[in-house]
Design a protein around this ligand. Structure first.
Ligand SMILES: *Cc1c(COP(=O)(O)O)cnc(C)c1O
Length: 417
């Protein structure tokens, strides 16, 4: 009989969002008459249609595939040159950052990339020779679950977390931006603007992480999926704005939350040639070399229409249309922040991120707040406990919604009184 990867069986109680869906289904089955009044501010999925420049580029690309003279088959596995050039120009060179087009790996999104990246890293717990890995808590569950699936952790711990991972608490006291650890570590995941807390890291704080990584020979996996939401130009939109980061960091980028590509599927990973890992025997190896090899073997790249859609995001029209999408969601975030504050709730985030992070009223747990908002106000939020032990006592509200729903959601927070 075929043998499975039994690390999957360690995954605690399933992924957060299936549990939310389950509770919403239980509620709607019990209350079918009011099911359509539910406002979903839970999952972080965009709601507005694609920018016009993207639609036009995709239509043209499909027509090209319909014609023998312009038809395209397999392209380069890591993306067409014009796409990688547009990315480098728009996201890096224009900001004074020296990233080369061949350090860009175009993909179907950063969730798959963060997962695939595990393939080029050692597996096993630290005691078995695997990486000592740090995550923030609360955390985007994908990083943790990927490590569990690869066998890099021990079993789940009651109350949240896994043995073998190092958790750095994000709290109101540190503004949800933990300082680097003092113990020896090999790999760390950072995500700013942050999902779920909406917190943003300052340039000096990120510089401390980069200095720490260089001094400790650690690798930073930097998730910048929400960089388009950074409003203040003094805040870093890429880790490569920090000198030396091109020797210690890889960066995951996504078009999901900027161009509204959650359904189109596209992102990219930056792996600078100078970033190294080591073999178990201590020999230093370029991660770029391994990642390149992984792409050559495991992928044939993403579709032609989607690559044309990416390039369209970097045209002047595409940029202006993306900027207005972001403005729309950020106005939603502002409305939600103010609604929370008006209710006397303590609130963070929503200033450089499409998420608002709210403290539950005193004595209320985050699943209690979830259940109260669902049953009394037909409002779905995300309980903070689903993002880790230190998410307990908070909930996340997503600004990805229609204006009408956001205004109504703000009013429904009264149910927590
Ligand atoms: C939405 C999101 C992503 C994007 O994932 P895609 O696979 O590109 O859609 C990545 N990281 C975080 C933290 C996210 O919230």
């Amino acid at each position: 009989m075929a043998i499975i990867n039994d690390h999957y069986l360690k995954l605690a109680a399933g992924y957060l969002f299936p549990e939310i869906s389950r509770r919403v289904s239980v509620f709607t089955e019990a209350n079918p008459a009011i099911a359509k009044e539910i406002i979903r501010c839970g999952i972080g999925d965009v709601t507005e249609p694609l920018p016009a420049a993207v639609i036009a580029a995709m239509h043209t690309a499909v027509d090209e595939l319909a014609n023998r003279a312009t038809f395209r088959g397999y392209g380069p596995a890591t993306g067409y040159d014009f796409v990688r050039e547009a990315i480098v120009q728009g996201d890096f060179r224009a900001r004074g950052i020296a990233i080369a087009p061949d350090e860009i790996f175009v993909s179907d999104g950063s969730k798959p990339d963060a997962s695939a990246f595990m393939e080029i890293m050692a597996t096993g717990t630290p005691a078995q020779g695997g990486n000592r890995t740090v995550v923030c808590d609360p955390v985007y569950p994908v990083y943790v679950d990927n490590n569990v699936m690869q066998g890099n952790t021990g079993p789940a711990i009651a109350g949240g977390g896994y043995e073998g991972l190092i958790y750095l608490p994000g709290t109101p006291a540190n503004g949800f931006v933990p300082e680097p650890p003092t113990e020896p570590v090999d790999m760390v995941y950072l995500c700013y603007p942050n999902n779920p807390t909406g917190a943003m890291i300052t340039r000096p704080q990120l510089a401390r992480w980069v200095e720490w990584a260089l001094a400790n020979d650690a690798l930073i996996c930097y998730d910048a999926a929400y960089e388009a939401y950074v409003r203040d130009p003094s805040l870093p939109r890429s880790i490569y704005e920090i000198p030396g980061a091109d020797r210690c960091a890889v960066e995951f980028r996504s078009f999901s939350k900027s161009g509204g590509f959650t359904g189109v599927r596209a992102g990219y990973t930056v792996v600078p040639k100078a970033v190294e890992g080591r073999t178990h025997s201590g020999e230093r190896v370029s991660l770029h070399r391994l990642w390149m090899r992984r792409w050559a073997t495991c992928s044939n790249g993403i579709s032609w229409p989607v690559q044309c859609a990416i390039a369209a995001l970097y045209t002047p029209a595409g940029r202006a249309q993306v900027a207005s999408l972001i403005d729309f969601y950020m106005e939603n975030a502002r409305i939600l922040r103010e609604a929370c504050a008006a209710e006397g709730l303590q609130v963070w985030g929503g200033e450089h991120a499409p998420y608002v992070w709210v403290a539950c009223p005193a004595g209320m747990g985050s699943w209690d707040a979830f259940d109260a908002l669902l049953s009394k106000a037909r409002l779905v939020v995300t309980p903070g406990a689903g993002f880790g032990r230190h998410g307990e006592g908070f909930f996340r509200i997503s600004a990805f919604n229609s204006r009408e729903n956001v205004i109504e959601a703000g009013k429904r927070l009264q149910a927590l009184r």
